[in-house]
Design a protein around this ligand. Structure first.
Ligand code: CP
Length: 303
């Protein structure tokens, strides 16, 4: 594959291969020397037009763990502040013999645009509300590590679905791997067009969570909201917060997930995020081997 923009063109088998490689990479990271020469000679450029902690640093570490050279571009300190376009920025960086661009941008479709501007490989690290495929892969990896397989799992995803690229990517990926997804939000934050094979929508939190193997809370993306989506944050908290009361409706050993960053005590009860059933930090940890696997498959291919 030339790119990972979303999961279009990625078969179930190829996605399973990436998850298998992620397991191998995870084992590498458990060794005293956490480094392999797999990407020696390759240059990877992080191009981030939006802030990030987890995704940017885990891609950077993933590339370094495989001995690649890494460039990091942040828009605030770049010549885009002088008016340089996205296309000119990518063409300029490509001349430095970049083999792979990792792109985060606030505009939906920006990673597709970058893919048109370059012959290098492109990974979407989150574009607007459209897609965040490596987050969904690390979520799938986390579920697979805990349950052995995604086949037959029921996953509730609760929160600001409208603005969530994580929800869209998980709704695309998890059913491909055999899980069922229930998206839950107030009607204003629940786009009907997301209903699909293996994906159901509900505004009822109890219905979403009942019998779920995992409950993933989504951040309320207040920075992307105009007024009018919610009557008040207090009402949202009272009706949709994922908390210990909510989890009583899920399976006994249901996992608590959140892609981060969290608004503690808003979309998720702070204590629940730290509960022993929470895999929120495990999701972060799994980000590195999963991103190593993605880079490996794009740049080297599976041997
Ligand atoms: N989950 C996620 O994308 O987090 P960052 O914005 O910190 O990368």
């Amino acid at each position: 594959m030339k790119h990972l923009l979303d999961f279009q063109g990625w078969s179930k088998g190829s996605l399973e291969n990436v998850l298998e490689t992620a397991k191998v990479m995870s084992d590498v990271l458990d060794r005293p020397v956490k480094k392999v020469p797999a990407l020696q000679g390759f240059t990877i450029c992080n191009v981030f037009f939006e802030n990030s902690t987890r995704t940017r640093l885990s891609f950077e570490l993933a590339a370094r763990r495989m001995s690649a050279d890494v460039l990091t571009f942040t828009s605030a300190t770049s010549s885009t502040t002088k008016g340089e376009s996205l296309q000119d920025t990518i063409s300029t960086l490509e001349q430095m013999r970049v083999d792979c661009f990792i792109v985060r941008h606030g505009a939906s479709g920006a990673a597709h645009s970058v893919n048109k501007f370059t012959k290098a490989k492109v990974v979407n690290a989150g574009d607007g509300r459209r897609a965040h495929p490596t987050q969904a892969l690390l979520d799938a990896f986390t579920l697979q590590q805990r349950f052995g397989s995604l086949e037959g799992l029921e996953i509730a995803i609760v929160g600001d679905v409208r603005h969530s690229r994580v929800a869209r990517s998980n709704a695309e990926l998890l059913p491909k791997l055999g899980a069922k997804v229930r998206l839950c939000a107030p009607a204003t934050l629940l786009p009907r067009e997301l209903e699909a094979d293996g994906v159901t929508l509900t505004t009822n939190l109890k219905e979403a969570v009942s019998g779920a193997h995992a409950v993933m809370a989504l951040r309320l993306q207040l920075e992307r909201m105009n007024t009018g989506y919610l009557p008040s944050l207090e009402e949202y908290r009272a009706t949709y917060q994922v908390n210990s009361k909510t989890m009583k409706h899920a399976r006994e050993n249901a996992l608590i997930m959140h892609p981060g960053p969290m608004n503690r005590d808003l979309e998720i009860e702070g204590d629940l995020a730290d509960h022993n059933k929470s895999v929120i930090l495990e999701q972060v940890r799994n980000g590195v081997p999963v991103r190593m696997a993605v880079l490996y498959h794009l740049l080297v291919g599976k041997s």
